[in-house]
Design a protein around this ligand. Structure first.
Ligand code: EPZ
Length: 416
């Protein structure tokens, strides 16, 4: 099993390019199920989760052709509406095939994703919304069995803001009869990127990026070409890596457009940030100021950046309170950070982080994708060697992380 070995102390500097957004690419790959014509995608990140999704779509009959700068998905051969437990258990985002399968072919059998390290993560809202659109859905033997002659537009208000729930329902509504209104919709930029791709395929969608999305169903969608948006969470992760090392880093092929709250917090921590059209530069002070935060749905502070900010607060000046309001168990990184010498107190969904002067390298274990990122960030400044185990979590969401960090001057290598 691969591990990451870091030697703390290097100050990050230089430039690195950001990849396409994992959480935009995953639903957009599933949009290929909605059309019998080719969907050409560029700026698709090379991640394990993307490979898993391509394998799943291939098993359903979607043709996948790799190109130099992207890939072509051909949904004309769709012949198997089943997403097996073996496939789904490795990636919960597989649930995103449910809506498109139902809308295109009238049938879907998708394994329930089950929980994961950060929480139970049920999909009841996905099911409730599809039932409102006329789907007949049974949940048995751990599978969602869904059928519908043709989905009908409905007015749906989800009980809570759900990103993939909004995406599943929006994709299903594209081919439904009549108008669907999704209220309490997720406003994440990745939802907007998916909507833009669907619109380029002929879907009629308005309001994406707001809490009310309206979709007028059409008979079919045609092929299109779409470039995946930059990954705002990868961007934020490298900004935190630069910040904790007192570095000076410029990130390319990305933008601060969707990172207002993250940029504000890094400026509160004492960083100097310059925003360009397709780049963002951060210059950090020698020691950061502690910054408190509260996660919430977009446009508030993203839960996917919570672990990274816990890491920078470990060695900042002062005390920070981190409140996680989205997932019930997303502090798994705290125990591992404490092994490096961090001073963290967990009280329910609050974490109180008291900055210490220095961290000491140790062997730590990754538990989930963003927790792994926080251990990497801490390992960049921990004195001596930090060995991170189970980094398959990292490879799900960060493209060539050790290469990109090494290019910025970090002393890091993959060992097995
Ligand atoms: C998406 O997960 C992201 N994944 C997550 O990123 C991200 O953390 C999350 O949104 C929140 O922003 C992808 O986009 C592939 P939710 P998702 O449905 O859609 C509850 C990463 O690190 N809920 O918005 O699964 C749920 O339990 C990953 O890249 C229900 O109760 O999250 C959670 O408490 C981690 N019933 C809250 O809503 C439902 O039917 C928000 O979940 C759906 C959700």
């Amino acid at each position: 099993m691969d591990k990451l070995l870091l030697q703390g102390g290097a100050r990050l500097s230089g430039e690195v390019a950001i990849s396409g957004a994992k959480n935009a690419a995953l639903p957009i790959l599933c949009a290929s199920l909605l059309s019998a014509e080719p969907l050409r995608l560029t700026n698709v990140p090379h991640l394990n989760d993307i490979s898993t999704m391509l394998r799943l779509l291939g098993e359903m009959g979607v043709g996948v052709t790799l190109e130099a700068d992207g890939l072509i998905l051909d949904g004309s051969g769709l012949n198997n509406p089943v997403a097996s437990y073996e496939r789904v258990k490795t990636m919960r985002a597989s649930i995103l095939v449910l809506g498109p399968l139902l809308a295109r072919g009238g049938e879907a059998r998708v394994s329930l994703p089950g929980g994961c390290a950060i929480g139970a993560r049920p999909v009841d809202q996905h099911i409730k919304g599809l039932q409102a659109m006329g789907a007949d859905i049974k949940v048995e033997q751990g599978y969602v069995h869904a059928t519908a002659r043709r989905l009908k537009g409905a007015r749906i208000c989800t009980d809570m803001v759900t990103v993939t729930g909004t995406e599943n329902l929006m994709m299903a509504a594209c081919l439904a009869e009549g108008e669907t209104i999704i209220e309490n919709a997720a406003r994440e930029p990745e939802v907007v990127d998916l909507a833009n791709c669907l619109i380029s395929m002929g879907a009629r969608i308005s309001g994406a990026g707001t809490a009310i999305i309206r979709i007028q169903g059409v008979a079919k969608l045609h092929g299109a070409t779409h470039a995946i948006m930059p990954d705002r969470i990868e961007t934020g992760t490298y900004l935190c890596a630069a910040a904790i090392t007192g570095g000076d880093v410029r990130l390319l092929k990305t933008s601060a457009a969707y990172l207002d709250t993250v940029v504000d917090k890094l400026m509160d921590a004492g960083c100097d940030i310059t925003v360009e059209r397709e780049a963002i530069r951060l210059k950090a002070p020698r020691r950061l100021q502690a910054v408190s935060l509260r996660t919430a749905p977009y446009p508030a502070f993203p839960t996917d950046m919570q672990a990274q900010f816990m890491a920078i607060n470990c060695v900042a000046d002062g005390v920070a309170t981190i409140r996680e309001t989205i997932f019930e168990n997303r502090f798994m990184h705290a125990n591992e950070l404490m092994r490096l010498g961090a001073n963290i107190q967990i009280e329910g969904n609050n974490a109180i982080v008291r900055g210490v002067d220095r961290l000491e390298g140790a062997t730590v274990m990754a538990t989930d994708l963003r927790a792994s990122a926080s251990l990497v960030i801490a390992g960049l400044v921990a004195e001596g060697e930090t060995l991170i185990d189970r980094i398959y979590h990292l490879d799900r969401g960060y493209e060539r992380i050790e290469e990109k960090l090494a290019r910025l001057g970090a002393q890091v290598r993959r060992v097995n």
